[in-house]
Design a protein around this ligand. Sequence first.
Ligand SMILES: Cc1cc2nc3c(=O)[nH]c(=O)nc-3n(C[C@H](O)[C@H](O)[C@H](O)COP(=O)(O)OP(=O)(O)OC[C@H]3O[C@@H](n4cnc5c(N)ncnc54)[C@H](O)[C@@H]3O)c2cc1C
Length: 336
Amino acid sequence: MKSYQKVNLFSYNTFAIDLLCDRLIEVEKEEEVLQLLDNKIFESEFLVIGGGSNLLFTKPFNGTIIKMVTKGIKKVKEDDFSVWIEVQAGELWEDFIFYCIDNQYYGIENLVGIPGLVGSSPVQNIGAYSVEAKDVIEMVSGWRISTQKSFQLSNDECQFGYRNSIFKSEWKNDVIITKVLFRLSKKEKYVISYQGLIEELGKNPAPLSLRKVADAILALRNTKLPDISEFGCAGSFFKNPIVSDDVFLAIQQRFPKLISYPVSDGKVKLAAGQLIDLAGMKGYREGNVGVWPKQALVIVNYGGASGEEIVAFYKKVQQCVFDTFGIAIEPEVNVI
Ligand SMILES: Cc1cc2nc3c(=O)[nH]c(=O)nc-3n(C[C@H](O)[C@H](O)[C@H](O)COP(=O)(O)OP(=O)(O)OC[C@H]3O[C@@H](n4cnc5c(N)ncnc54)[C@H](O)[C@@H]3O)c2cc1C
């Protein structure tokens, strides 16, 4: 393990917030987590991070940041239909996706282009283009801090929901995820129900393949999302709100083109990006912070913004959506 004092977090968060933390520890081997527990690192303020692509730091972090940098992608089992792959938390999500594509393992290709590390993928049950991490996660392993015991949670026990899991709710800030076991399909199958994806695939005459799907998704993402090497952001800033059918119908009367997805129990999911757009905030900018002109769900740091400025700005966006629709949109990003 490596330990550093007074580290600037600028390169540890994709929002590019320039702040210091007291100490940063990089965990290089799974066993080192035990050392951290023995050394009582978790008795003072701490935060476990991955690639920092879903975090917004608002003040200097007066404690220890723990970053998993453990590596390893291992096939542990297979049958005629499936393959089980165990991946260490510190692996780049992107590297795991391309490992699956190269080996013809199906199920995860729609999640290409999402930044971050494998260990964070269960935390908010990452999702894109009609696929979520929960569709392929079999087991999540790690250490629980309050009990100082290791855990292995099955898919059901992870309590996955829309951008949610036990790790973002009941066990929030109480775990270090060390590895994730994924089950992928060896049989050719694709999830290409999303209309924009169907259209993008249609532009390429090559037969359908994992590479073709991944390329189409990357092309789509590039048209909508900022390049994080140029603009600070954390992807979608807000979750899509889920409202009752009655609320949906009332808003639809005023905005007939309202995008909606039915979810369980007579509830409807609305597109937060569209609500921000209809509220007139798409492309709106104040100083160094703005709503991305090509995708209203994304808040960007145009350079030099502080976490506090971004918080003040996102609250303004929230208020504007609330004033227009009476709907409270909640951040998907972890505000620290
Ligand atoms: C341009 C862009 C596009 C994005 N697109 C998408 C998208 O399409 N879909 C989507 O779902 N998300 C998207 N995101 C959000 C983000 O990439 C994901 O949430 C990702 O999983 C975060 O990974 P990370 O390693 O950067 O985690 P971090 O941001 O470092 O951490 C996220 C959370 O996980 C916790 N955590 C991290 N590692 C561990 C661990 N080992 N043990 C316990 N807790 C841990 C942290 O404490 C924090 O609460 C996007 C972000 C950006 C910048």
